[in-house]
Design a protein around this ligand. Structure first.
Ligand SMILES: *Cc1c(COP(=O)(O)O)cnc(C)c1O
Length: 390
């Protein structure tokens, strides 16, 4: 079959299946063997070599979803991030990283890079000069994440790849928040796509995994160090991830649709100061988001009006769960000031625009009316509490 022009739902459902030749079952069998017969030096099959039947098959699905030649599945998003960066950065090299990155990625850079002799700079902002002004003779990698967490700032992917191509720099993106459903950075010339598959790819808040998609050449380079670092994923979880991705487009579309409607609803609410969602026309990068994204994702943030308590609001919610992670089919919410950004000083949080009233909302697939009813009763609950105080 010619797989070139398959639609996304078809790729999600069928690409990278392990055919059940024995019983003709409808789904991929699991091959949990950690020991395979010797078939020659080139075909040593072993889970830590990322080449069991299930691992190889799922890698094809990831690659096709990101429109690249090849892919690799990892034991976590951070295994994917760390292995990929270390594949391209050696002692004496320099990397330019976008200002706001996932906390784990930030920690990896500031806690580990000195040990390896890798130099790094974070940008001051998101513009072309913010990036070019940090580039040095020895810059080998530019690393971005868009939309970013938690303020949903959008970085211009075409701009990033243009800056890099002229200078022979490899570009990497953490594409977790958008997922391959809402954004394919390869279309804009980005070299390497990294995912925490714990989020939208898994989608049910029950597995931890990572994924990387890139050219055959880049994936080979990543594989060469991946087999030494050992961050592979168990075949049981590989299988669960394959099953989860079958419904990824259905889930992510529903989540993105809900998020857009809720963003509009929240924006009109008189107890909400501000909503951060790239799909809103008043988002500063709305036009850029429209150009490089196919949907605006299921993630949004909103800020309560001054004097309203974010923690009381969260405690008042009945359907929407307070939760550290994101992207599951169930809606979840958290306070960045109390969680991801809790270790920063109040001053630094303020500088980054993370107020105490800010809430990060991962929108699920529930019916919109039920989510609105839940938010509304929580708003009413905190406004009554505020009135009682007076
Ligand atoms: C969760 C997350 C990661 C890390 O993934 P793990 O699977 O937890 O290791 C990286 N980037 C982003 C944007 C994330 O949300």
């Amino acid at each position: 079959m010619n797989t070139k022009n398959l639609g996304v739902n078809t790729i999600c459902t069928h690409i990278g299946e392990v055919k059940d030749e024995q019983f003709k079952g409808a789904v991929s069998p699991i091959f949990p063997s950690s020991s395979y017969a010797y078939e020659g030096v080139d075909v040593k099959r072993y889970p830590r070599y990322f080449n069991t039947p299930n691992q190889e098959a799922l890698s094809k699905k990831i690659a096709m979803l990101e429109k690249t030649e090849a892919g690799l599945i990892f034991g976590s998003g951070m295994a994917a991030v760390s292995t990929t960066m270390l594949a391209f950065l050696h002692a004496g090299d320099h990397v330019v990283l976008q200002k706001t990155l996932y906390g784990g990625t930030y920690n990896f850079v500031v806690e580990e890079f000195d040990k390896f002799g890798i130099e790094y700079d974070f940008t001051e902002g998101f513009s072309e000069t913010d990036f070019t002004s940090k580039i040095k003779e020895n810059t080998k990698v530019i690393f971005v994440e868009t939309p970013s967490n938690p303020l949903m700032v959008v970085t211009d992917l075409e701009m990033i790849s243009k800056i890099a191509k002229n200078r022979n720099i490899v570009t990497m993106i953490d594409n977790t928040f958008a997922s391959p459903i809402n954004q394919n950075p390869a279309d804009f010339g980005i070299d390497i796509m990294i995912h925490s598959a714990t989020k939208y790819m898994g989608g049910h808040s029950d597995i931890c995994a990572g994924a990387v998609a890139a050219s055959e050449e880049h994936i080979t380079k990543i594989w060469n160090i991946a087999k030494n670092l050992g961050g592979s994923l168990s075949d049981y979880t590989v299988w669960l991830l394959e099953r989860s991705i079958k419904t990824m487009k259905l889930r992510v579309k529903a989540q993105s649709r809900n998020a857009k409607k809720l963003a509009k609803w929240l924006q009109k609410h008189d107890m909400v100061k501000k909503v951060y969602y790239p799909g809103l026309k008043n988002h500063p990068e709305y036009h850029l988001a429209k150009k490089q994204m196919k949907g605006y994702s299921g993630m949004l943030s909103f800020e309560l009006k001054e004097g309203l308590s974010a923690s009381k609001f969260m405690k008042s919610l009945q359907l929407i769960k307070e939760s550290m992670s994101l992207a599951g089919v169930e809606s979840t919410i958290l306070s960045p000031a109390k969680t991801s950004h809790a270790l920063l000083s109040a001053e630094e949080r303020k500088r980054q625009g993370i107020s105490d009233g800010l809430l990060r909302f991962s929108v699920g697939i529930e019916e919109k009316k039920d989510l609105i009813a839940d938010l509304e009763q929580a708003f009413e609950n905190i406004s009554e509490k505020e009135l009682e105080k007076k």
